[in-house]
Design a protein around this ligand. Structure first.
Ligand SMILES: [Zn+2]
Length: 158
């Protein structure tokens, strides 16, 4: 395309006195540049990622194990044998010198009927929603929600 004004290479289309003409960059100021139609930006479709189930061994697992074992009247040796683990391994677990992996924790859960694993991903989610509802509460509060004490307060202030 040639520039409508000077005849050199035109790069932009512009409106000059209402007419669409091509102008080179130097002559562009004679007209009103027509914005090129923007192509809709194709964004890669965001795939909602399902949070991976994150299992975590609960804090205080050692005491839980020990308490459950005591309740059953088992010695460490007996429970260790039942779980097919070494006695000193169980000892380390009870003292929390060693954190069990999920597999071992599940074994302990099953044997002792206790909960040692928490789903961290789900917990984080519920914590978040709790926080949200907590922050929404004050905003929702309307006159209808006022307690008697509040109403008395309002009247005194008026
Ligand atoms: Zn020109």
């Amino acid at each position: 395309m040639e520039c409508h004004v000077c005849g050199s290479d035109a790069s932009r289309e512009a409106l000059v006195e209402g007419a669409r003409v091509f102008l080179c960059p130097r002559c562009l100021h004679y007209g009103k540049p027509i914005e090129r139609e923007r192509k809709p930006v194709v964004t890669s479709r965001h795939r909602p990622e399902r949070p991976a189930r994150e299992l975590n061994v609960v804090d205080g697992y050692g005491k839980k194990i020990q308490a459950a074992r005591d309740k059953r009247g088992q010695t460490r040796q007996q429970l260790a044998r039942e779980l097919f683990i070494r006695e000193n391994e169980l000892e380390r677990l009870e003292h929390e010198w060693m954190r069990p992996d999920v597999k071992l924790a599940q074994k302990l859960e099953k044997a002792l009927q206790i909960q040692l694993i928490e789903d961290v991903s789900r917990k984080a989610k519920s914590d978040e929603s709790e926080e949200q509802s907590a922050t929404l509460k004050p905003r929702k509060r309307s006159k209808a929600d006022l307690t008697l004490a509040d109403i008395i307060d309002v009247k005194v202030n008026e």
